[in-house]
Design a protein around this ligand. Structure first.
Ligand SMILES: NC(=O)C1=CN([C@@H]2O[C@H](COP(=O)(O)OP(=O)(O)OC[C@H]3O[C@@H](n4cnc5c(N)ncnc54)[C@H](O)[C@@H]3O)[C@@H](O)[C@H]2O)C=CC1
Ligand SMILES: O=C(O)[C@@H]1CCC=N1
Length: 264
């Protein structure tokens, strides 16, 4: 991965997070170019040795992999701007929500094969859940892509039909999980802790719960059963949450996000 030259187009929330993740993973700063219309906003990356550009067409020259991280409605215009600078053999990863491979192909030269990548902002800390759909890549290209994104967290390959679902569960999921952390922290303050301590307790507890599932593969309810003492306080709290629609609210939210991708 240290040999790949990578160009990120669109240094916003996600583009910047990916650049930070690559640097943490040991990619030499000189192998990375990132673009933004107002490059001075990425001054911190410039200081780390990353080339920051406002000219997309110049930035893609020499890149083995171009990562497109602009807003979905900007996709076509940005690709038209770099189209004539792309050369056969370059790979193009699109992070854009709801932009199909079919659309990408119609905006790209035939010799450039696009694939879709759906990471989340934890990619900055190499803790992303990254779902990839690359039906037009060969096995060797898939291996290179997998190896690259595995330096930034977990990777799974999925069919493109599942990309919208992956976006909601994995990418939006960061915000959903953080809202749980915020709410639990607010509850913790009401029952006696200062905000900072409450947040630390909640965040470490969520991390522990996550590890119980990731390391054992157990169903969450199996681990919940170990916490819910009969006639105890946990089951009373859980049931009160469910009476208020806890699980239902979460599932409804996922569906609203999902339907918005499909219906615009
Ligand atoms: N933020 C997230 O957690 C996730 C975002 N995505 C997708 O990633 C894409 C980017 O999302 P965000 O980073 O949140 O948006 P953002 O608005 O923070 O970043 C987009 C960046 O592109 C820059 N930009 C716009 N036009 C440009 C151009 N012509 N040349 C160079 N740069 C240009 C903007 O200045 C901005 O900094 C979207 O398509 C989104 O659907 C996917 C997964 C997660
Ligand atoms: O909210 C959004 O549209 C983007 C896509 C997934 C995360 N953020």
């Amino acid at each position: 991965m240290k040999n790949l030259n990578i160009c990120i187009i669109g240094g916003g929330n996600l583009g910047r997070a990916i650049a930070e993740g690559f640097l943490k993973a040991g990619l030499p700063a000189g192998k990375l170019v990132i673009t933004r219309r107002r490059p001075h906003l990425l001054e911190d990356l410039t200081k780390k040795g990353v080339r920051v550009e406002s000219d997309n067409a110049a930035a893609v020259i020499g890149a083995d992999l171009v990562i497109l991280a602009v807003k979905p409605y900007q996709a076509e215009g940005v690709l038209q701007g770099i189209r004539s600078s792309l050369i056969p053999g370059q790979m193009l990863a699109s992070l854009m929500t709801g932009v199909s491979l079919e659309s990408l192909k119609s905006w790209l030269p035939e010799t450039v094969i696009p694939f879709r990548v759906m990471p989340n902002t934890a990619i900055a800390l190499q803790e992303s859940m990254t779902c990839i759909s690359a039906p037009d890549c060969n096995d060797e290209q898939k291996e290179v892509i997998q190896e690259l994104f595995e330096t930034l967290g977990k990777v799974i390959y999925i069919n493109e039909e599942l990309m919208a679902a992956a976006t909601v569960l994995g990418a939006c999921g960061i915000a959903f999980a953080l809202r749980f952390i915020r709410a639990a922290t607010q509850g913790g303050i009401e029952i006696g802790f200062g905000a900072e301590v409450a947040q630390e307790i909640v965040a470490q507890t969520v991390k522990g719960a996550t590890e119980l599932i990731l390391q054992t593969g157990h169903h969450p309810e199996r681990e919940i059963d170990k916490v819910t003492t009969p006639k105890g306080i946990t089951i009373s709290g859980l049931n009160a949450m469910e009476h208020q629609g806890f699980s239902s609210a979460l599932i409804q939210g996922l569906l609203v996000s999902y339907n918005k991708i499909n219906n615009g």
